[in-house]
Design a protein around this ligand. Structure first.
Ligand code: NAI
Length: 331
C-alpha cells in the first residue's frame, strides 16, 4: 500500500524501510509537517502516516477526505492532535501505536529526576571547564522521600516500579486503579494529598480536556515548597506561565520537562541558527534548576523498531479489511 509520511526524519526512513522487509508497502517520505500548506501532497494517497506534532484538525481532515485519504496512521501513542469527530464525520479511520516502549519513556523520566536532583547536567559542563567545585550541586537522597505519580497507565506504572525500587514512598492518582502498583506498596490518594505530600511529582496522564493545565497556579500552591516537577507526558498538562512564576519564587525547586505546550513550533528541528521568538520557552531555559529536553523520551532503537512494526501491521489490517486492533475512535 502507498503510504505518505509527513514530518519524516532520517531515523523514520531507516526504521520503516527495515520493517518493510518484503517491500510490500510503497513509502513516500516527506519532510514537512502536515498543514494547510502541505495537505495537497496527499492527493491520491489512501494512507498517511503522521507524528505527534502534525496538525490533524477538522479543516485538514476535510481536505484529506477530498484527496481520498481513508486512514491516518499515527506513529505515536498520543492522539490529542487529531480531531476525532471530524475524522469520524468524513469516514477517515485513525490508528496509533499504543505501546511501543513504555520502558523508554519511564527510564527517561527517572533519568531526568536523577540528573536534576544531583545536577549531573551542570556538573558535566563544570568539569569540562576545569571547575571541580561542588557548590551548588547539592542534591538529596531519593530513598525515603515521597514521589507522586499522576497517571498509572503503562508508563506511569513503570515509573512507580522504579521509584519503589529506589525505596521511595510512592503516592498515585488515577481514576483507574492499577493493582500491580498497589502490590508494590504504592498508594492511591486524592490529588490534593499527592500535591501536599510529594517531594517529586511526575506526570503520566494523557492530554484531555480534563487534564489540560492540571498543573496550574492553584495546584502548585498546594505543593511542598521546593518540589521537583517532571513532565514527560504532554506539554499542555502543565500551565507553563504558572510554572515560571513558581520557579521564580522557589515554590517549584526543580523542573524537568521533555514536552512543552507550544512545542510544535520548535521541537524535532534544528533552530540553532535562528532567533527563537517564543519568550516563554526562552525564559524556561534561563533557570539553572530546569532541565528541558525536546520530546526525546520515546527515542530508543527498540521504540523506533516497535513503532515501525506496529504501524505497518496497522496499515496491513486496514488494507485487508480486518479489525483494526489499534483503532482510535470517539468514546
Ligand atoms: P496510558 O493510556 O497507558 O496511561 C495513561 C493513564 O492516565 C491511564 O491510566 C489513565 O486512567 C490516566 N489518567 C487519565 N486521566 C487522568 C487524570 N485526570 N488524572 C490521573 N490520571 C489520569 O498512557 P501511557 O502510554 O502510559 O502514556 C502516558 C503519557 O505519556 C501520554 O500523555 C503520552 O502522550 C505520553 N508519552 C510521552 C512520550 C515522550 O516521548 N515524552 C512518548 C510516549 C507517550
Amino acid at each position: 500500500m502507498k503510504v505518505v509520511f509527513f514530518n519524516s526524519k532520517e531515523y523514520d526512513r531507516k526504521y520503516f524501510n527495515s520493517a518493510n522487509i518484503d517491500g510490500h508497502h510503497e513509502f513516500v517520505f516527506l519532510e514537512p509537517k502536515l498543514s494547510l500548506d502541505t495537505v495537497c501532497l496527499t492527493q491520491g494517497a489512501k494512507v498517511i502516516c503522521v507524528f505527534v506534532n502534525d496538525n490533524v484538525d477538522a479543516e485538514i481532515i476535510s481536505r484529506l477526505a477530498i484527496n481520498g485519504v481513508k486512514l491516518i496512521a499515527l506513529r505515536c501513542a498520543g492522539f490529542n492532535n487529531v480531531d476525532l469527530n471530524a475524522a469520524s464525520e468524513h469516514g477517515i479511520r485513525i490508528v496509533r501505536v499504543p505501546a511501543y516502549s513504555p520502558n523508554a519513556v519511564a527510564e527517561y523520566t527517572v533519568g531526568l529526576m536523577l540528573a536534576l536532583n544531583r545536577k549531573i547536567h551542570r556538573a558535566y559542563c563544570r568539569v569540562r571547564e576545569g571547575n571541580f567545585a561542588l557548590n551548588g550541586l547539592l542534591g538529596f537522597d531519593m530513598a525515603g522521600k515521597t514521589a507522586g505519580v499522576i497517571g498509572t497507565g503503562q508508563i506511569g506504572a513503570l515509573v512507580v516500579r522504579t521509584l519503589c525500587a529506589l525505596d521511595m514512598n510512592v503516592l498515585m492518582s488515577d481514576p483507574i486503579i492499577n493493582e500491580g502498583c498497589v502490590e508494590l506498596g504504592a498508594r492511591y490518594v486524592d490529588i490534593n494529598t499527592l500535591f501536599a505530600e510529594s517531594d517529586i511529582i511526575s506526570l503520566h496522564c494523557p492530554l484531555t480536556p480534563e487534564t489540560h493545565h492540571i498543573i496550574d497556579a492553584a495546584a502548585i500552591d498546594k505543593m511542598k515548597q521546593g518540589v521537583m516537577l517532571i513532565n514527560t507526558s504532554r506539554g499542555a498538562v502543565v500551565d507553563t506561565t504558572a510554572v515560571i512564576a513558581s520557579l521564580k519564587t522557589g515554590q517549584i525547586g526543580m523542573l524537568g520537562l521533555d514536552v512543552y505546550e507550544q512545542e510544535e513550533d520548535l521541537f524535532f528541528e534544528d533552530h540553532s541558527y535562528e532567533v527563537i521568538t517564543d519568550d516563554v520557552f526562552e525564559r524556561l531555559l534561563t533557570f539553572p534548576n530546569a532541565l528541558i529536553t525536546a520530546h526525546q523520551g520515546f527515542f530508543t532503537a527498540d521504540a523506533l523498531s516497535n513503532i515501525a512494526a506496529t504501524t505497518l501491521d496497522n496499515i496491513l489490517q486496514f488494507e485487508n479489511d480486518s479489525l483494526l486492533d489499534n483503532e482510535v475512535s470517539i468514546r
